[in-house]
Design a protein around this ligand. Structure first.
Ligand SMILES: CSCC[C@H](NC=O)C(=O)N[C@@H](CO)C(=O)O
Length: 719
């Protein structure tokens, strides 16, 4: 062999060993970093939840000293979620919920299949960090009294009251028994009354329970759904949101809209008056998506979320009389989580203004509507909390999962608070920065995506690095994967996702797949958020015509035209709504898509509309059944040829496990190659870290088998 060839071969083998080092980039490693969520604050203190390899613990910090402390000492991946963190007004206690609510059969998730079952219960833990958590009682959504010594929480639709000290004595008591299911509750400023919404089927009422004489007074009772009540600062009035009550046969459509109004009622008389109503059916999402859809500020202004100008914004309106709301942040962008300063003068918020596929923090002066940007750059900054003169927030980047950062309001310098360092197992240096891309669907709609390219230098699959051997053209040789988020009211971003472990892990897996040599495209298809109301409420979406499928096809064309991609080796993957689009692609276009991985997807909208729940959460009625089936993967099974890995927890409360059982049986009967990974007693968003490792491990092996990117020349892992 010519000496040059020997040299080339030597260089290639050296390079291949370097590539092999990338195998140190493991699924376990990319999922090993701590993930911070549930950030909240009071006074000079914040608390948040840290989930690290499934181990969930509560941390706290005080400012301005930024002193950190771990408050709980959980040490195992026990599959029991922690949620609803809330600090007592004096900062001495954190109340939180361990476990997840019961399903229709009255059972809480038990992903470890523990023979002693599982519960959802309220706990408190001292912020001194010196004591064990104290179990308060079965329930959720704890709310503190103004003096910080009492907690109200919900259990089975009724409200309970606990007195909190170093021990729970006397035992919690049911506050009262009322018809319906009580929710949206809060103490009055004087701590002597409980405001709540009573949900009663077609309608809901706003009530006030007087602790002194155990009496319930109802406010402005009508035939509508009154919800999200808030106290005026003096406790003499209540504001709430009113949407029309149900009509016979009316079905919930979480992607639809409904008109809504802002009302104010007088506590003493119970009389109410409308302050404003939306010009159209702009309500629904603006109430259930934000954490605080309605607020009454100390400056005596009502703040509420609405999409009526085409984007999710916060508006202010005076509570005194009918008047026109003022948009606090006019412009073509969306507002997400918010925090109001203690004096009510500033609203802090996360937005994608001027950076569509990221999130940064802003604040707006409620009086003047003057706004200023507080964070910028390549971060994914969300969930602002203001403690004194310090802004604390959740912060991620393209190569860092969500942690906690802070800045002083008098100094723009940002400081990372948690974690102090990333685990050595976390392959930060080997991550690839996703690129923002857009493409047009067949109907002209512009769709955003994030493109993950294998790290520079990683040789194209199975071939020596370009440049070492004379090649006339860079042959298209990489397999590519399209990822679809769930929801669908979601948006994947140019960095680690902030919306729970579910999406943080999805982003991590796309990093892993790129590292393995796949070109990966995360597709922000229509019906998602971030791009305005019209995009989110795109016509004929899902069960009404699957208009999103145009975006699937356009994304495939984008990849097929990419110089690094082998157009005949495209794969699909996604969860839930993303699983639906994965299955739809394989059913309709096995000619385009070589294989797919469907995590707990919906496969028959007509079945979901009839059997999962009335309308299937998408308002699928009798008249929509035919269209719903036609919009489903199950309508095109005769065309399905490509292999698919199906993954589902059999205690899924969001997408019935039956969807996967049915589809796999049907595909098997027509000899389509199917693999399944079933997680007994797991739910929709897998609660155990070990479940995620199993899911992604199975996915990795499946993709390597059907869309091989040889880890080294000539080897293809066995399935
Ligand atoms: C396709 S209908 C149900 C989809 C499901 N929505 C609610 O549970 C879903 O996509 N869930 C998660 C993702 O798992 C979400 O992001 O809401």
């Amino acid at each position: 062999m010519h000496p040059t060839c020997y040299l080339t071969l030597l260089l290639w083998l050296t390079f291949d060993s370097l590539v092999a080092q990338h195998q140190l980039f493991t699924i376990d490693g990319v999922l090993s970093a701590p993930y911070s969520s549930n950030l909240t604050g009071v006074g000079d203190r914040v608390v948040w939840l840290v989930t690290e390899r499934g181990v969930r613990n509560i941390w706290t910090a005080t400012f301005p000293d930024a002193k950190l402390r771990q408050l709980t000492q959980q040490r195992t991946d026990d599959g029991q979620d922690l949620n609803d963190l809330t600090l007592s007004p004096d900062g001495r206690w954190v109340a939180y919920v361990r476990g997840t609510g019961k399903n229709k059969e009255g059972v809480s998730p038990n992903p470890t299949s523990s023979p002693t079952s599982a519960e959802q219960a309220v706990y408190v833990v001292s912020t001194t960090g010196t004591a064990e958590p104290i179990r308060v009682g079965v329930g959720s959504h704890p709310v503190w009294s103004p003096e910080g010594k009492r907690l109200v929480y919900g259990n089975g639709g009724q409200l309970y009251l606990a007195t909190i000290s170093d021990k729970i004595h006397p035992a919690p008591t049911r506050l009262f028994t009322a018809r319906g299911s009580q929710a949206d509750y809060s103490f009055s400023p004087d701590g002597r009354r409980i405001l709540f919404a009573s949900y009663r089927g077609y309608h809901s009422l706003i009530g006030i329970y007087l602790l002194d004489n155990q009496q319930i007074n109802w406010l402005a009772a009508g035939v509508d759904r009154d919800q999200f009540p808030v106290w005026s600062p003096d406790g003499r009035q209540v504001a709430f949101e009113r949407v029309p009550g149900s009509r016979h046969g009316e079905l919930e459509n979480i992607q639809g809209g409904r008109p809504f109004a802002i009302w104010v009622a007088d506590v003493a008389t119970g009389q109410g008056r409308e302050i404003w109503h939306s010009p159209g059916d702009d309500g629904g999402f603006a109430q259930y998506y934000p954490t605080a859809p309605l607020r009454w500020t100390r400056q005596n202004q009502l703040l509420f979320f609405s999409e009526h100008d085409g984007w999710m914004h916060v508006y202010k309106v005076a509570p005194t009389r009918a008047n026109t709301p003022v948009d606090l942040m006019p412009g073509a962008f969306e507002v997400e989580e918010t925090c109001l300063s203690a004096d009510g003068r500033y609203l802090y918020y996360a937005s994608n203004e001027a950076d569509t596929d990221r999130r940064h923090l802003w604040r707006v002066n409620v009086e003047t509507a003057h706004r200023e940007q507080l964070t910028s750059g390549k971060g994914i900054d969300t969930d602002p909390v203001v403690v004194g003169q310090t802004l604390v927030y959740r912060d991620a980047a393209w190569n860092e999962p969500t942690g906690i950062a802070w800045r002083s309001m008098t100094n723009p310098k940002t400081t990372a608070l948690f974690p102090a360092k990333w685990p050595n197992t976390f392959p930060k240096a080997a991550l690839t920065e996703p690129q923002a891309i857009t493409f047009a669907a067949a109907d002209g709609l512009v769709v955003h995506g994030q493109l993950f390219l294998p790290p520079a230098g990683l040789p194209p699959a199975g071939l020596p690095p370009a440049g070492l051997l004379p090649t006339t053209t860079a042959p298209k040789q990489r397999p590519a994967l399209l990822f679809f988020h769930g929801g669908p009211m979601r948006q994947m971003l140019l960095g680690w996702h902030y919306r729970g472990i579910y999406y943080a892990n999805a982003y991590a897996m796309n990093q892993y797949l790129a590292q393995q040599g796949y070109v990966v495209l995360a597709v922000n298809y229509r019906a998602g958020i971030g791009y305005g109301r019209a995009f989110r409420r795109a016509d004929k979406q899902g069960p009404r015509g699957a208009s999103e499928y145009q975006d699937v096809l356009a994304a495939a064309t984008f990849l097929q035209n990419h110089p690094a991609v082998d157009p005949k080796r495209l794969g699909l993957w996604g969860g839930s709504y993303g699983g639906y689009l994965t299955a739809l692609g394989l059913a309709r276009n096995s000619d385009l898509f070589a294989c797919g991985v469907d995590l707990h997807g919906v496969h028959d909208w007509s079945w979901r509309g009839n059997m999962f729940s009335p309308g299937g959460d998408w308002g699928i009625g009798e008249a929509e059944t035919k269209e719903a089936l036609a919009s489903s993967p199950n309508a095109d099974l005769s065309r399905w040829r490509s292999p698919c890995l199906f993954i589902h927890g059999d205690d899924d409360r969001n997408v019935a496990f039956a969807e996967t059982v049915d589809l796999v049986q049907k595909l098997r009967s027509q000899h389509v190659p199917t693999d399944v990974l079933i997680l007994p007693d797991e739910v929709h968003g897998f609660l155990l870290h070990k479940s995620w490792l199993a899911v992604y491990g199975a996915m990795d092996r499946f993709l390597q088998y059907y869309l091989p990117v040889p880890r080294s020349l000539g080897t293809t892992p066995k399935k």
